[in-house]
Design a protein around this ligand. Structure first.
Ligand SMILES: NC(=O)c1ccc[n+]([C@@H]2O[C@H](COP(=O)([O-])OP(=O)(O)OC[C@H]3O[C@@H](n4cnc5c(N)ncnc54)[C@H](O)[C@@H]3O)[C@@H](O)[C@H]2O)c1
Length: 366
């Protein structure tokens, strides 16, 4: 089993990210050192619960736990205040108390929602992350950010609440749909772009067998998760260090928003990274050959399929919502070299307009 240790902010302690194929069936054993009460409140979405809930709960029972399952609808619509309240009431009805533990079994939605609930229920209780999507394994489950959405926008209510343990089992990914795999792959590629350029050729050469080669998949998840862990450990709250995680996300969010969130996150971020590579050549001295190689990699993974028709003004508007930001420019994470990010303050919107038009025309670089 592989382990990554993450410090608990403000305390002289750490928590573990444990990673191993088949771990979902040995969860009880890795939870043992935490000495949790046997009653565990497992929160999952109905799709994940149907596919994986049975074996996970049975394994917990075999190891002496008494799991109790609470479910929500699959997808982003579960991240609401109404769902938080409903879950809190259910927890109380089933006898949860200050010493209880929640276990998030699902993708980033379930992780964010359960973490948020755990952070406020009885002023904060313990929770465990068991991510079941690639995106959650390498990104959402690590770092202790929790959130729910408001009608005005995504992730507008949130807290920082670290899990007691993150248990990653790559075998969950056997059932993950292709589009969700791409969403996670975009984040894996991002980790390579900002921190581990050796990961990129490895991904390139193994891309056809990645999801069939358990050893390789485990190694790739381990490296990408370790990068996220290292960055958030250095900077638990949103500071300079953590900002490099936004590589590709500034433009990506603009594209997602302009598409009314119909464009899958992975493709939006991939186009955002292609745009950021192009901008890096212009503004940060990234050698054009490195940018071309990075762009080809994104294409080879099938992440740069043409975008749906989008209004360039809507994309630019999402990047610089108000007049002040339009004049002062937008903060971008760029690369000096693959693996060497720089924070570029104030990229003028006038500079972004031609780039956005090019991306929308399906051209990742000049
Ligand atoms: N907290 C953070 O730091 C952080 C970071 C990035 C993203 N996020 C959040 O994560 C969310 C996105 O996460 P996501 O992409 O995992 O989405 P998700 O949780 O909605 O999962 C995507 C879909 O895959 C299904 N699914 C999950 N695991 C499966 C499996 N093993 N087999 C088959 N189907 C499975 C789910 O039912 C869902 O329909 C967003 O809400 C985003 O805001 C949080």
């Amino acid at each position: 089993m592989r382990e990554i240790l993450l410090p608990l902010p403000g305390r002289d302690q750490s928590y573990r990210i444990c990673l191993s194929p088949g771990l979902r069936l040995r969860l009880g054993q890795i939870l043992a050192p935490l000495k949790l009460p046997p009653r565990l409140f497992v929160v999952s979405d109905r799709r994940v619960a149907r596919l994986h809930g049975g074996p996970v709960l049975q394994a917990l029972v075999r190891d002496g736990y008494a799991p109790d399952l609470l479910t929500v609808s699959p997808g982003e619509r579960a991240k609401t205040w109404a769902v938080v309240q409903r879950l809190a009431r259910e927890l109380l009805a089933r006898g949860a108390h200050r010493g209880s533990t929640l276990l998030a079994l699902g993708g980033g939605v379930v992780g964010d929602l359960t973490g948020f609930l755990a952070s406020i229920f009885m002023r904060g209780i313990a929770f465990i992350q068991v991510p079941t999507t690639l995106l959650a394994m390498v990104d959402a489950a690590i770092g202790g950010k929790t959130a729910i959405n408001l009608p005005q926008g995504k992730n507008l209510l949130g807290t920082f609440h670290q899990p007691r343990l993150v248990a990653v089992d790559p075998q969950f990914l056997h059932t993950l749909p292709a589009v969700e795999r791409l969403n996670g792959l975009a984040e894996v590629l991002k980790a390579g772009f900002i921190r581990d350029p050796d990961l990129l050729p490895r991904l390139a050469s193994g891309r056809f067998r990645l999801f069939r080669d358990e050893g390789e998949l485990t190694e790739i998840i381990h490296r990408a998760a370790a990068i996220k862990a290292e960055i958030v450990a250095a900077d638990e709250r949103e500071g300079d260090r953590r900002r490099i995680l936004n590589f590709g996300h500034t433009l990506g969010h603009g594209l997602e928003q302009a598409s009314n969130f119909r464009l899958p996150h992975g493709r939006a971020v991939a186009w955002g990274m292609a745009g950021a590579l192009d901008l890096s050549v212009q503004l940060a001295g990234l050698p054009p050959a490195e940018a071309r190689w990075g762009g080809r990699l994104l294409e080879d993974f099938g992440l740069l399929r043409p975008l749906p028709p989008l209004d360039p003004e809507a994309v630019l508007g999402a990047l610089a919502r108000d007049k002040k930001r339009r004049e002062e420019g937008v903060v971008f994470i760029l690369l000096r070299h693959l693996g060497e990010p720089v924070i570029q303050e104030e990229v003028p919107v006038s500079r972004l307009a031609p780039l956005v038009s090019r991306l929308l025309a399906g051209k990742p670089s000049k």
